[in-house]
Write a new protein. Sequence first.
Length: 407
Amino acid sequence: MDFGEVFGVARFEECVAELTDPRGMQGRCYPLSVFVAVALAGLLCGRNTPLEWAGWAEDAPEEVVKALGGIGLEVGGASWWSLPSYNRMVEVLSLLDPDEVARFASRIVPAHEGPGPVVPVRIDRKRPVSAGRVAGDGSNLILVGALAGRDRLVGQVVVDDGDEIEALRVLCERLDAEGAPVSADALHCNEETARAVLDAGADYCLALKGNQPTLHALAKHLPWNEVDNACQTSESGHGRSETRTVKALAAGGGVRLPFPGLAQIARIRRWTREEATGEVAHHVTFYLTSREARGVRPAWFADAIRGHWGVESWHRVRDAVFDEDRSTATAGNLVANLASLRAAAIAILKRLGRIKVKGGNGVTAWRDRIGSQAYTAPLAILGIADIKQQFQACLSRESRGCPPRQC
């Protein structure tokens, strides 16, 4: 594929300029952009770890090294060009401000501009497996991230004291979510979080479960039998089938809950059947939202809830494709910063996935495609340089001094 078609899909130069260089003036052999570019190039072409990125940098052709800003040395008429080593990569990436790197990841791919529906914001947490190697048992180290749609990180807060609820409020203060519905799980269903979302100019959509017993009991005894606006959906997959019914009530009159800004409440009933055993489970969950009733129907709740749990597929890509849970890099801010860089790579790959090409448009398919041009395609996609890849004929085993294969 001619990657000139997607040249500049990411705003690399503009966004990397906003990162603060943590090094002293005497320790700047390479520009800061080199470290971030090498990391992203590696992630885009199928290399998941700093060690693999360093290997990519070590094998990079001279033209690529020059385009990235590598160091050149001439001795006796011969020239050597180099990019940062593994140790230097880890050192610099671990010193970067995690809030700045998260902002870099949120801006590397432009948001949708112009008229169109407001993109929902979904907030969820992830506890990296490597957290235990960062501080003690690592039980309190959490990354709380906000996703616009299903593929673009728009904010991330590192929690090292276990206070995930406060992290969400801090995240709301940083988000540009004017008019957007912000969804979160039942842990965040409290008055302080609702006010933080409202103060950000957004609308909350919060799950209500038994961790709020008073509110849950009040919601349970609302006049649901008098509601005739039920919406039903059915799905099957992964060895089970699920049926959901959604009913919604507008707040006001006899429908009152002591919760700030409440406009509607929904009841979601789920029946799940395991195909292998025939076992059926029944669950009831309530959702509270500040979005006005006149613009919302039960189907909106069904879509919003399904969309929120779509965040799980984003986590699955980070773990299954980018091996995040097997990462052993833990120095300084490395856990958070590498998570943000993976999020940036996913956003770029998802945006590329909108281009219809043969061979599939998924994240893995695009990584394979970019990997076939590992030293030219990433630079074109990031808008760094448009270098044409040169191919060499593969020498036979005999010409390389290898014994012939035994059939």
